[in-house]
Design a protein around this ligand. Sequence first.
Ligand code: SF4
Length: 409
Amino acid sequence: MFIFRSMDEVLAKKLRILADAAKYDASCSSSGAPKRAAGKDGLGSTTGSGICHAYTPDGRCISLLKILLTNWCLFDCAYCINRRSSNVARAKFTVEEVVALTLNFYKRNYIEGLFLSSGIIKSPDHTMELLTRVAKSLRRDHGFAGYIHLKSIPEASPWLVEEAGLYADRLSINVELPTEASLERLAPEKDGAAIQGAMAQIGERIVQAKAERRRFAPAGHSTQVIVGADDTTDAALITKSEVLYGSVGLKRVYYSAFSPIPDGSRILPLKAPPLAREHRLYQADWLLRYYSFSAEEVASASEDGMLALDIDPKLAWALKNRERFPVDVNKADREMLLRVPGLGARAVDKIVKARRHMTLRLDDVARLTSSLKRARPFLVAADYRPVALTDRLDLRQRLVEPAQQLSLF
Ligand code: SF4
């Protein structure tokens, strides 16, 4: 690739290995980073929204250098290509090398920030210290004002995490597996309680720092869970997310479909789960965060704990709770309108605003949402009432999305 051309060969080789090793981590979106511009002698700036190969609201794709400090690791998590027993090429950057690469790529406009994770070497504290030194050097020695996302090591000492939060925009700790039983089976060296404790510590520091108007991971903290590496159900995954959002103040949970790794452990499945499953989990997560659904409600519309793949979870819930519909767009409260399939939060807000001045007819609703076809069977307008849902046994069939069109609600 062109970025390797002018690079020393040893460094280029490390970069190939450690960038490839980092690709399995999905938790790198930066949504929520504060706007920041570099000072006179500084370098870099962030925009108000995402980095890490994410799309900003204005449609720009922005990128970051996503690497591991090292892919050596003391642990032997079965699902991880970097596990101790894995037969992969290994490499380790020095702190100075990561700093130089970040600055170099930034100056060439290849990246707008850094996502840095690492295998655990020597000890969790030693690893966390190295990660923090990268961020500290970028900020302190080079005035770097670009985005920095550091993966935090759960077992590291609290004071090290405290220091990391001074320099990083976002910190994250991957839960990976939501139950103790899964951890026991696939990552026995990981400690679920320690992971949750470390996340709680970060959550508390963020709240505290905000109240005291000081800097600590201003873009919040996030986590990743692996989907399909074992028989954990979607209901268990969503329930875990709900607990984490409520108890440790997470900004985001990322769902990463397990992908079989070369030379994988025999206890892992041979096939990746359908990508649609990951998509449905993101939709269910959206319902928790923005549509006032509980994990229990979402799960109640699943079958054996698995979300339907052919319809989105909001539609699945509506079909399971037909007696709650149709909803009158002129009278229903916002919370119930949000439950109408096809009506997104923005459309609901427009409806609530518009009905202060007029009585809405179906045509008016059509102007306020782009998904009237999906919403129609579930709502009542001044001039419209659908056939009772209980009489529409074919409804699910009619509302199934074409496979290639797995849009939001
Ligand atoms: S601790 Fe992290 S890097 Fe090490 S094997 Fe487990 S998942 Fe992989």
